[in-house]
Design a protein around this ligand. Structure first.
Ligand SMILES: C[S@@+](CC[C@H](N)C(=O)[O-])C[C@H]1O[C@@H](n2cnc3c(N)ncnc32)[C@H](O)[C@@H]1O
Length: 237
């Protein structure tokens, strides 16, 4: 199992570099478009403040940034990722929409988060934290870079509880998704790897506990679409 353990997570951004050209298209197909709805739910949990300065970790091709920028409360978004290939696709999308004054991309690790203390109102991560080699350290640093009154919003795939949904989900994730994903992205086992990271990642109360351990307050989570994804929220006091 080490193949899917931390050593692979340290280099997971290289997999994303390779699948970047097909990532958006495959995301839409493999999630049947639900990922768009999930990112909108994330947006609806932004704090009720104005001129929000947002940091989106593991930003990939910028879909969270492009969703959040539609909210009037958002002033600026920095998308951070280790994959230049994914951010290249993101930069092209931002340029095409003329949003380069509002969204910028920076190369940076979502675990160490190269940003000054208390510099952001909101930190987001969507479908990224399970790829990080140390999610607790990432949460600690999210808390560090948040301003007092700031909020962390984390969207991640999770394991549904209800057994029929869980069975269908596992079948889809173990067999259907890797079959389609690996072929369409023309990458040997990228989507087999992505499936394993979901099954092995803590979700629900377990993950909420890690957020509290990082010092975040009012931690709560909302299960989305039968618990296939979960949105976590934690505030910085
Ligand atoms: C599944 S994609 C998610 C992209 C985007 N957030 C979305 O919602 O579509 C995961 C992203 O995490 C990035 N990633 C993996 N490890 C990382 C790390 N340690 N620091 C920053 N980004 C990382 C990958 O390069 C990839 O772009």
């Amino acid at each position: 199992m080490e193949q899917f353990g931390n050593s692979r997570k340290l280099e997971s951004f290289k997999i994303f570099d390779q699948i970047a050209p097909t990532y958006d298209k495959l995301n839409r197909i493999l999630s049947v478009g639900i990922d768009i709805y999930w990112r909108r739910v994330l947006r609806s949990h932004l704090p009720q403040k104005h001129e929000l300065n947002v940091l989106d970790l593991a930003t990939g091709t910028g879909d969270v940034a492009l969703t959040l920028v539609r909210d009037q409360k958002v002033a600026h978004i920095t998308g951070m990722d280790l994959s230049e290939g994914m951010m290249k696709v993101g930069r092209e999308k931002v340029l095409k929409l003329g949003l380069q004054d509002k969204i910028e991309f920076k190369n940076g690790d979502g675990v160490t988060i190269p940003a000054p203390d208390q510099s952001y109102d909101v930190v987001t991560v969507s479908f990224g934290i399970r790829n990080f080699p140390d999610y607790q350290e990432s949460l600690n640093n999210m808390k560090r870079v948040l301003k007092p009154g700031g909020r962390a919003l984390i969207l991640e795939l999770s394991m549904p509880h209800f057994f029929i949904v869980k069975w269908v989900y596992q079948f889809y994730f173990r067999y259907v998704l890797p079959f389609i994903g690996n072929r369409m992205s023309q990458h040997g086992d990228a989507y087999t790897y992505l499936n394993k990271t979901v099954e092995n990642f803590p979700c629900g109360e377990k993950f909420a506990k890690a957020m509290r351990q990082a010092g975040l307050k009012n931690v709560r989570f909302t299960e989305l679409t039968f618990g296939i994804a979960t949105l976590y929220q934690g505030d910085c006091e």
